[in-house]
Design a protein around this ligand. Structure first.
Ligand code: ZN
Length: 364
């Protein structure tokens, strides 16, 4: 009798090796003849394209179900060290990560909360300040927003104080989030798969295969043409770098070492809103006082000002995940075509029957 199923594809396992080192996980209820929950894990490449790398259908969002999904995910798809998982604040997920044999303990893996889920219970005004607080990539900016939050509600700052800082604050996450503070990735694919929630399980597996097959062809072709054009970095990275370059003519750079690696960069005019005036940049350490250099793993506007003042190439200071070769590698291993069912070999395995306990009690 059917109980639960986990599936992934070899191309997904290969693709994840070249994606950002984090996964976003989420679950959604099925609405077909049988009850159940579809759990998914999502990843993102260095050109902000997203892809689902593993799925499961389970009875409910229980500890047992999440444990089944996360154990298989860890064993078969994401065995990498120092991996981050972003999820909502589900107690079942939290309990799964805490289990002694989960394989998801620091320093091998880390867990972070989706900030949108955390802030959801607050009114719009508080929500904005909370989001700005959590997104702050530097301690100085975080403290500025915390003071603002304290001014409007000490209750909220007390509530925030109950959480471990590294689980919800960008400036405390040791730069593992790559700027991702929410489970938006998984919610994107949730909307792609919305229509499949009424279908039988075999059809859902088939649709995820076809969706990924199409995605890898399309994105693989795009990445290949970018490589052929001689582009070193992904298009989105280059767009962000161009944006960061906009303000550097209004910055004053002071060299602080003979190697041209450390600078103090002063903003003569406020750029991109909030400013603290001057920022220490270390190119070799990949850090800036603004926090964006280390959080996003590519040079912020201050680091770019330092590079420009010293006539230094920025390429060594960009994370390899943003290189066009890495983006191409995500889509390199394609999905083979599935032969017509009449050509499939005879199956001698166990026959599965639907679980009557999972049958929907009423038609929704
Ligand atoms: Zn900076």
């Amino acid at each position: 009798m059917f109980d639960k199923v986990f599936w992934t594809f070899p191309s997904c396992v290969e693709a994840f090796k070249h994606c950002k080192p984090f996964v976003s996980i989420d679950g959604m209820h099925l609405y077909g003849r049988y009850d159940g929950v579809l759990l998914i894990a999502m990843a993102q490449d260095g050109n902000i394209n997203i892809l689902s790398i593993a799925s499961a259908i389970v009875v409910s969002k229980s500890i047992e179900s999440w444990s089944f999904f996360l154990t298989n995910l860890r064993c078969h798809v994401t065995p990498q060290e120092v991996l981050l998982v972003i999820s909502d604040r589900s107690q079942a997920i939290k309990a799964t990560f805490s289990a002694d044999d989960s394989g998801w303990h620091p320093p091998r893996a880390f867990h972070a909360y989706c900030i949108r889920h955390m802030a959801a219970k607050f009114m719009t005004h508080f929500k904005l300040v909370i989001l700005n607080t959590t997104y702050s990539p530097s301690k100085a900016r975080y403290e500025w927003y915390m003071d603002a939050l304290r001014g409007v509600s000490s209750g909220i700052t007390d509530w925030a104080g109950h959480f471990n800082k590294e689980i919800w604050l960008q400036h405390c996450d040791c730069d593992r989030r790559f700027g991702h503070m929410t489970t938006n990735l998984s919610e994107c694919i949730t909307s792609v798969l919305k229509g499949t929630r009424y279908l039988p399980i075999s059809a859902i597996v088939c649709i995820t295969y076809e969706h990924l097959q199409k995605l890898l062809v399309t994105k693989g072709r795009e990445a290949q043409s970018q490589l052929a054009a001689g582009n070193c970095f992904s298009q989105r990275l280059m767009a962000s770098i161009e944006k960061n370059k906009e303000g550097i003519s209004k910055m004053c750079v002071t060299h602080c070492d003979r190697q041209a690696s450390v600078f103090v960069v002063e903003e003569l005019e406020s750029f991109m809103g909030w400013s603290q005036g001057s920022f220490c940049v270390s190119l070799s350490a990949g850090t800036c006082d603004c926090g964006f250099f280390q959080s996003l793993h590519y040079p912020c506007c201050h680091a770019l000002a330092g590079c420009a003042a010293a006539s230094i190439e920025l390429a060594p200071y960009v994370h390899p995940i943003y290189r066009q070769e890495a983006v191409f590698k995500v889509y390199e291993m394609e999905f083979p075509p599935i032969p017509d069912e009449s050509l499939w070999p005879e199956c001698y395995g166990t026959m599965l029957y639907p679980n009557p306990l999972m049958c929907q009690k009423t038609t929704r």
